[in-house]
Design a protein around this ligand. Sequence first.
Ligand SMILES: [Fe+2]
Length: 228
Amino acid sequence: MEKWNRRELLKNSLLGLTALGTGAFALRETLAPTPAYGELGEYGKFLIARGEKPDEAPLPAREPTDSDSMGPYYKEGAPFRGYLMPRDAPGTPMIIRGRVYGHDTRKTLEGATIDVWQADASGSYHGMDEKENYLYRARMRTSRRGLYQFETVHPGRYGFGFWARPSHIHFYIRHPDYQSLVTQLYFRGDPRLGDHERARPSLIIPLRKISLGKTFELGNFDIVLVRK
Ligand SMILES: [Fe+2]
C-alpha cells in the first residue's frame, strides 16, 4: 500500500504541472442546479421503461471493499448532484451506480455519503480552483435502499508512457456507523491494468453499453463497509 501511494504521488506530481489549469472551463454558467437525490436521471428512466424497479437488488455475499490510495486531487465539499460535469462535456457517456452495504448485516446502508472525483476524458483533473466549481466531482447520499448513481464520462488515463495510469474514478465513502473507505474504481479490459498497475480485483468492474437516446457505458459498483 505504501509503495502504491508513493508511486501515485510521483506520477501525479509529475502531471500536476500540466494537468491542472489546462483546458479548464468555467462551470457556474453551464451546470444546472443540484437535483434532489432520488432523481435517477437517464438510467432510472431506462429501468422504469423496462418495468424494473431501481431499488431491487439481491444482497451480495462479499468481503469488504478494498481500499486504494486517495491521490492528491480530493477536495472537500463537492455539491450533491447526480452528475459530474455538463452534459456536453467531451467523452464517452457513462453511468455508474451501485449500493452500499454493511458487511456485518449484509443490508444496504441508507445515508452513506459518497464523494467521487475523476479526470476528464483527456486525463486532466479539474475543480481544485474555486472558479471551476467542483468540475468532475460530486457528492451523493445513498437512498433508503442504499442506492447511489451518477452520470459522467469515461475518465481518461493520465501520465506519460510507462507512468500512465489506468482509467479510474476516486471514491470516498463515509457513514456514521461504519469505517470510512477511500478507494478507486477501475474498468475491465483497460490495457494499463495488469503488468502496468495491479488494481485489486474487487475494484475492477465490467462495463456494458446501453442506449438511452445516446449510448452510455453502464457499470455497477457495490461497496461493502466495515462497522466501526
Ligand atoms: Fe486519480
